[in-house]
Design a protein around this ligand. Structure first.
Ligand code: SF4
Ligand code: SF4
Ligand code: SF4
Length: 369
């Protein structure tokens, strides 16, 4: 028996999940952010799911139940609808986006400094937001026992340290949003709220993931409305998890289960749990680069409150780009209370211009590849 869709497509011009499959997913442009699924499931349409980093209809029956609302197509970071409005909302006029302030800084928190990557800025920001009761939770990514990044909602600052460090394979960072409406009353009570809509979250992700979330916020789509702070991570490219660790194992005989830390400084480096360090020529990893990254023109996460990354910063520091007043205020508070330390620069305005031009050059190199 054929199941009739609950709602018929009102406007034939509205693009739906089938178009998302044709335009983005089958063209290998999907960055597996999970925004389409998070929205669909949170609205109880619940017809699509993530299968091995690929969004799919759960079944043929589910495909027939798709309401063809088209929201998944709109919020996908890889589609063009809403991009002009997003650029306007974030005052983006060029490839680097709005820069209210740019600085290099590092954490003064020794525990974070010891486990964090580079300046430990993201962990310090999130810790501060928790301590000051400015957020109830944060969406971060954590590595499982196979060193595969998994998206996670943390409700306690003590869980942040497990997420410290940089990953170079993608995690479906927006997917956890769909879990929020299933939170038990016990958890909500513990967090001091009556309903999910009262929660305040911070989100940490790659530029493409942040773009999806910003599109959702622009459309006032639930549950993105409870994300109060978006922190973007600089991102040059990302790898397919299985292919990346297959190459690494072939080159070094080290399985992902033995790895505790990875970083890129021109080449790819990793440290094992026995503290042995390995270096791999970055070009060796080219076959594992995700296809959508070849088409990506973002590096510094334009649609965020704060962008953070090691590129362009001296050793032990992170570069920070502040995009919104929200972002400016947090960093101002962290500096004035001594939680982070800014790199002292002579001729600051010249340094700012040099850094911005350097980022622009890097983005242009990236897009010309
Ligand atoms: S119901 Fe709407 S959000 Fe869900 S798959 Fe269909 S078009 Fe996309
Ligand atoms: S919203 Fe994200 S997961 Fe869904 S198709 Fe677009 S890029 Fe892929
Ligand atoms: S390079 Fe671009 S598309 Fe690839 S993960 Fe980074 S932000 Fe996303």
């Amino acid at each position: 028996m054929m199941i009739e869709p609950k709602f018929k497509k009102i406007n034939e011009d509205v693009k739906t999940f089938k178009d998302l499959e044709d335009d983005i997913i089958k063209s290998n442009l999907c960055c597996a952010c999970g925004a389409c699924i998070a929205y669909c499931e949170s609205q109880s349409f619940d017809v699509i799911e993530m299968q091995n980093y690929t969004p799919k209809f759960k079944s043929e029956k589910n495909a027939e139940n798709c309401t063809e609302c088209g929201v998944c197509y709109f919020i996908c970071p890889q589609t063009s609808p809403l991009l002009d409005k997003l650029n306007q909302a974030y005052c983006v006029e060029d490839e680097i986006g709005q820069v209210l302030k740019i600085l290099a800084a590092k954490t003064t928190n020794k525990t974070i400094g010891n486990v964090g990557q580079d300046g430990g800025i993201v962990s310090t920001i999130l810790t501060y937001l928790f301590d000051e009761h400015m957020i109830d939770a944060a969406i971060i990514s954590e590595c499982d026992e196979n060193f595969e990044p998994i998206p996670k909602i943390v409700y306690d600052k003590n869980d942040l340290l497990k997420s410290a460090g940089t990953r170079y394979s993608i995690s479906s960072q927006i997917l956890p949003l769909k879990e929020l409406y299933d939170l038990s009353e016990e958890i909500l009570e513990k967090l001091g709220v009556h309903e999910v809509d009262q929660l305040r979250l911070a989100f940490v992700g790659t530029p493409c993931q942040c773009r999806a979330l910003s599109k959702m916020k622009l459309m006032h789509i639930k549950p993105a409305h409870i994300i109060k702070y978006i922190i973007g991570l600089f991102c040059f490219e990302n790898f397919n998890y299985s292919q990346l660790y297959e190459i690494i194992k072939k080159e070094t005989k080290v399985p992902p289960t033995d790895i505790k830390k990875t970083w890129i400084k021109k080449n790819f480096f990793f440290k094992t749990k026995e503290d042995k360090e390995f270096e791999i020529d970055i070009k060796t990893l080219d076959p594992a680069v995700r296809n959508h990254c070849h088409e990506c023109d973002e590096f510094t996460a334009k649609f965020t409150d704060i962008s953070v990354g090691a590129s362009g910063a001296p050793k032990g520091y992170s570069m920070i780009i502040l995009r919104t007043e929200n972002g400016v205020n947090i960093i101002k508070q962290l500096l004035s209370r001594g939680f982070i330390e800014q790199l002292i620069i002579d001729k600051l305005s010249e340094w700012n211009i040099t850094k911005i031009n350097w980022f622009k050059k890097l983005i242009s190199l990236k897009t010309k590849r």
